[in-house]
Design a protein around this ligand. Structure first.
Ligand SMILES: Cc1ncc(COP(=O)(O)O)c(C=O)c1O
Length: 409
């Protein structure tokens, strides 16, 4: 039967992070791999109480099909949250769509915008989940290199100009960016770059897809206006999620954008899954009504900040004086992007890591062209603090062994 698979199915590859998660549970293993939140941070007692209530009292809604657009109560609460926390005004219910996590929103974006010859822009390194759905539909991606303050916009503008000159500008569908604490890069797009990005998108009439799962997990510095707030809903499609502020198991994402785009996404979603589960939508809605979600994540922020600072300090201690080793210093989110000198291949090093009981995600997982081989993504959110210290020590052992074997050090 495998010969019957569609062209798209034949292009599908197993996700390396999902594979890694399988060995994460091995006794003694320390994982800097998956970017999953610490389960101790989920407000389980409050959620258990609301769950019982909405099952007993609101079963006509919670156990029934919901509308494809999403629970209106949740949408209202989210509009209020965006106004309160992000200063985003002027949204109506039909500017929002509730999806099964941001991942399904990314999939819907690729369904409604991408044909085989469509062109889109992504960062290098790129978020694996976005790359996997976009590239199934079109391989015509253009890279923007990641920089300390976001992405290289000179590169973006130059590429757009070249595409325009060859008469293909109509094929450019969107520019995909992660505004805060990039996955895997850890970097944040500066305010100046956000403004310039909007100007460039307006000049060439291209949509910006702003994916922002981590914006609320800020540990240092001041929040920056979202690209959506700067560019408005006709220029920017904003993707938010409950995964990192409440719980990923709820599988709730929110897409915010212009009515026409949202309406088309609703049509695509009808074909995909009819609706996002009513039960988790109402659970989140009642949670937002009763609890201050931003106050609830404060202990999480304090915990992750400590872990992040510890991992940065350990990296400094172990690699600070080694030439060619550098890493990003995120102000929030879950990830540090660690780059080794040319010649190191973190994909090859993974097996050595597994035998030393240390996991990381090889950089190649975040590229569409088998590059980023000398980098790796380190996640600091899940391991306890002792494990962060021990994990970096093991990482150093693997790096030293690999480097000496290949005369790289
Ligand atoms: C940048 C980015 N976008 C989207 C997602 C998907 O999140 P979810 O589907 O859980 O909302 C993630 C998850 O890690 C992510 O890092």
């Amino acid at each position: 039967m495998t010969d019957k698979f569609s062209k798209i199915a034949k292009r599908m590859k197993s996700n390396i992070i999902r594979e890694l998660l399988k060995v994460t549970g091995k006794p003694g293993m320390i994982s800097f791999g998956g970017g999953v939140p610490d389960p101790e941070t989920f407000p389980r007692h409050e959620m258990a109480e609301i769950s019982r209530e909405i099952l007993e009292n609101e079963y006509r809604y919670t156990l029934q099909y919901a509308s494809t657009e999403g629970d209106p109560i949740l949408k209202e609460e989210f509009i209020a949250l965006l106004k309160r926390e992000n200063g985003i005004e002027g949204l109506e219910l039909d500017n929002l769509l509730i999806t099964v996590g941001s991942q399904s929103a990314l999939d819907l974006v690729s369904k409604i915008f991408l044909d085989e010859d469509s062109i889109y822009f992504v960062s290098k390194p790129v978020y694996l989940g976005a790359a996997s759905t976009f590239s199934l539909r079109s391989r015509q991606y253009v890279y923007m290199n990641l920089t300390e303050d976001g992405v290289d916009l000179d590169e973006l503008e130059q590429s757009l100009e070249e595409i325009k000159t060859r008469g293909d500008i109509g094929k450019v569908k969107f520019i995909y960016v992660i505004s805060n604490f990039h996955n895997p890069g850890g970097v944040t797009i500066s305010l100046a770059k956000r403004k310039r990005l909007v100007e460039i998108a307006e000049k060439y009439d291209v949509l910006i897809v702003e994916d922002d799962p981590y914006g609320d997990l800020r540990y240092d510095g001041e929040p920056i206006d979202s690209i959506f707030k700067i560019g408005g809903k006709d220029r920017v499609l904003l993707l938010k999620t409950f995964s990192k502020i409440l719980s990923p198991g709820l599988r709730l994402g929110v897409v915010i954008g212009n009515h026409d785009v949202i309406r088309k996404m609703v049509m695509a979603k009808q074909a995909a899954d009819l609706c996002t589960p009513s039960l988790t939508q109402r659970l989140a809605a009642r949670y937002l009504q009763r609890h201050d979600i931003m106050a609830q994540i404060k202990p999480t922020i304090a915990l992750y900040k400590e872990k992040k600072d510890l991992m940065l300090a350990e990296l400094e201690k172990n690699f600070g004086d080694m030439e060619g080793f550098h890493w990003t210093r995120p102000d929030g989110g879950l990830f540090i992007w660690f780059t080794l000198p040319e010649g190191f291949n973190t994909d090859e090093m993974l097996e050595m890591g597994k035998s030393e009981n240390i996991l990381f995600v090889p950089g190649i997982a975040f590229s569409l062209d088998d590059t980023c081989k000398n980098s790796m993504r380190l996640s600091f959110c899940l391991p306890p603090k002792n494990d962060i210290v021990e994990g970096v020590r093991r990482l150093k052992k693997v790096i030293m062994e690999y480097g000496k074997e290949r005369n790289l050090l």
